[in-house]
Design a protein. Sequence first.
Length: 490
Amino acid sequence: MSNKDLLSHRILEHQLEREEVNYALKNYEMPVNQQNGVHTRLADLPNAVPFDSVPHYEDYISRLRQIPRVLEQNTEVMRQGEKDGLIPSKVVLDKLPGQCDGIIAANPFLEPAKKFPAEFSDADKKRLTDEITKAINDDVFPAYKKFAEFLRTEYDPKGRPELSIESLADGKRRYVEAVKTMTTVNTPPDDIHEIGLKEVERITGEMTKLAENQGYKDLASFREAVNNDPKWRPTSEQQILNDYKKYIHQMEPKLPELFGLLPKSPVTVEPIPDFAKAAATHYVQGTPDGKRPGRVVVAVSNPTKRSLIDDEAVAYHEGVPGHHMQISIAQTLQGLPKFRLHGFYPAYAEGWALYSEELGKEIGFYKDPVSDYGRLNSEMLREVRLVVDTGIHHKNWSREKVIDYMHANDVNDALAQTEADRYIAWPGQALAYKMGQLTILKLRDEAKAQLGNKFDIKAFHDEISNGGAMPLDLLQERAEAWIKEQASKT
């Protein structure tokens, strides 16, 4: 067996082991939350399938007619979860009926009827519009109303009062396994909490140095000045979107200085729809052929309560050289089985994206000191996540304590509210970012120390990305073998 095939075998083995554990814990009986659920995924269907031909539209109509079955099946699974005592926190469930109501009000399912290809005949346009409208009115909306009623009257009232997943049956194991799934390492929750506290202290030191260099007596006075500066307070949703577009477009021509492998597909920036406003800014992958671009989907609700300070860092994280670049490259790698082209390991993907934020600094961006503070603040959020995720699920922190801790570390209130609920809904996921970034930074330091003048940043980055996503222990083995091979070359 070749090294490449052996690695594929080990990645698949890890994936199956994790799925077996999650299946045994019946995590599938809690399939819905405000961040990610069948109700919001189905509402994104118009953005997720092609509409290049009449048959594509007919396929879409067939899918719409299956939505009642999908929602009914999910309802059955959730009712089984009720019987097994597996139900999300009520803090999370309170948001779900309103999301369904918002989807009905926004009616994203009708969007394909508003943008037919020019070559379609008028007769086809009318027929397809009528059929889409009928499927929505006869199938989709009644199913969504029924699902919303189930959530509102049956499921939400039974939501658990506790925030921690450890309050469920076999809770200690449940959280430990969630941490393993998300980080792909065996670091205990207590150790991760301590890493978080030390990283918060470290990044606070860097922020303090930046504040003093700008003439402020301390970090608190710098933060107060920045947070009260109207320059960094958006006045509209569009201003936030324009900020993201600006930063992504300025990075794109710089990529060849850092990478040999480059993304072939385009990336767009769009707002999170109002019905999903509880979600955080995120990336949605496109297709390998680039016909459907990757999408940076940005949180813009209550814009005047948000800040532009972190936008540059998050644009690099979600766009390039972060998620869009890494995932677009992975989709087009040659000679790998398909499961590796489309695999997603949070610690690898989010670790890479967090690592990418600092690459903007290395290439000469973050020219405004406040934007550079935003970079540090964005990294601080990931350190804070190590503390509060383990705090919620392992140390029984209250939501108020989580919010207070985030405020103390300069997370603005709009973000703190959505982030806190995200950690409650998605145990362990918030740990992936920093744990992955620390691994990549460690490997880069090893490569620089062992290769000296032979170290090539482009070659290192290509080595990290040209195998696709994988568990961190396997990434470390692979990268260290590459370092050894490079060191042996004359």
